[in-house]
Design a protein around this ligand. Structure first.
Ligand SMILES: CC[C@H](O)CC(=O)C(=O)O
Ligand SMILES: [Mn+2]
Length: 367
């Protein structure tokens, strides 16, 4: 569908345009609402070095191709720029303003991780054009997001919960966490496969459980560590997801996200295209995004290990260092950490596991 066919050229109001909760179901075009996170999750792959020009051209191309929501911030969310997470080349508020200025239809979202971003950044982001805040917590810690939801709703923003590392917990557990976010005012709660560790059945079960238990929308955010980001997104759709995430060329952390252009093509073939210009997105990926990408994210050995072990990608470097010190394969450390369900903040386990594995190996060698 061209922009003219959608009535964009004339700027006529399109009542089917997605504005959040329950968006497309009655009288709309059908299909899920699409959020492109190239300019946020992609910030990780870019080493947080986006320029104003890059953001302008990507946001414009996404908007023209009918993407409903464009997420813009540092990869770790508002105020992520730091020695810990990597300094942004361009102040994220300028990137938000730039995207907001060029978008005629798409809404701008920003990620906020409680403990990193504060209400001050959220207020400024809203002044610069952010209309949707995605509040991200570990999938075991939804309770820390109450204040953030209440403030965001008080500011008139659409507020979305982002339950990260959702592969680590069973659907029944996620329901409880998602219900907390809903009770704080969430318009939607996402199952976030941060480590790309889910397989289609796991994605389906988690989304189906939330759909069954919540009144608000449900979303799904994929990573491609096991090469099934698009397959998992389709499984989520099958389970009734209202919203899906993608990024052009999959630009995102680790093995990257589900490519938006691929999602568009697949949804179109499934007969549930929510108004995306399939060729436009293919062109945006090829001619706007690809030329400035520092590398093409894909499931390489490290990325597969993260998905296979189901651990935080931040464990990788520490595991490699410990493995070298104790003469073992870092993959063994990561798989063991995954089995022990290590979460962020438990990096000290890495050394313990390395020592234990080295001892076991020594014993086996002696026996
Ligand atoms: C906290 C940042 C992180 O990249 C959020 C996300 O996209 C994920 O967990 O997959
Ligand atoms: Mn992500």
């Amino acid at each position: 569908m061209t922009s003219a066919a959608r009535g964009w050229a004339s700027g006529s109001p399109d009542t089917s345009w997605p504005t959040g909760k329950g968006w497309p179901r009655e009288g709309g075009e059908g299909g899920p609402r699409i959020t492109d996170t190239s300019l946020r999750d992609g910030s990780h792959a870019m080493g947080h070095q986006f320029t104003v020009e890059q953001v302008r051209s990507v946001a414009r191309a996404l908007d023209e191709a009918g993407v409903h929501v464009i997420e813009v911030t540092h990869g770790d969310g508002l105020a992520g720029t730091s020695i810990q997470y990597g300094f942004s080349r361009t102040p994220e508020m300028d990137l938000i303003s730039t995207a907001a200025e060029v978008c005629e239809r798409a809404r701008i979202a920003s990620l906020l991780v409680p403990g990193i971003g504060t209400v001050n950044e959220l207020r400024e982001a809203a002044e610069r054009g952010t209309q949707i805040v995605r509040i991200a917590t570990q999938c075991t810690e939804a309770d820390i997001s109450r204040q953030h939801f209440e403030i965001a709703k008080g500011m008139g923003l659409e507020a979305i919960g982002f339950l990260m590392m959702a592969h680590m917990r069973e659907p029944a557990f996620l329901i409880e966490q998602a219900k907390l976010m809903e009770s704080y005012g969430a318009d939607c709660v996402y199952v976030v496969d941060s480590a790309g560790a889910l397989l289609p059945e796991g994605a389906r079960q988690r989304v189906a459980a939330l759909k069954d238990a919540l009144e608000c929308d449900v979303g799904f955010h994929a990573h491609d560590n096991l090469g099934v980001a698009v397959g998992n997104s389709i499984a989520a759709l099958d389970a009734g997801t209202d919203q899906l995430d993608g990024s052009l060329r999959g630009l995102g952390a680790g093995a990257g996200n589900a490519p938006t252009e691929l999602l568009a093509a697949v949804l179109d073939r499934m007969g549930v295209n929510p108004g995306l210009d399939v060729f436009g997105l293919m062109d945006a990926a090829e001619y706007v995004m690809a030329p400035f990408m520092p590398f093409q994210p894909f499931p390489d050995r490290d990325a597969i290990t993260i998905g296979y072990a189901g651990v935080y990608s931040t464990f990788l470097l520490h595991a490699k260092r410990a493995a070298e010190r104790y003469g073992i394969d870092p993959r063994e450390i990561l798989v063991e950490l995954g089995a022990r369900q290590a979460v962020a903040g438990q990096e000290d386990w890495i050394l313990d596991v390395a020592i234990e594995l080295a001892r076991n190996k020594e014993k086996e060698g002696v026996a």
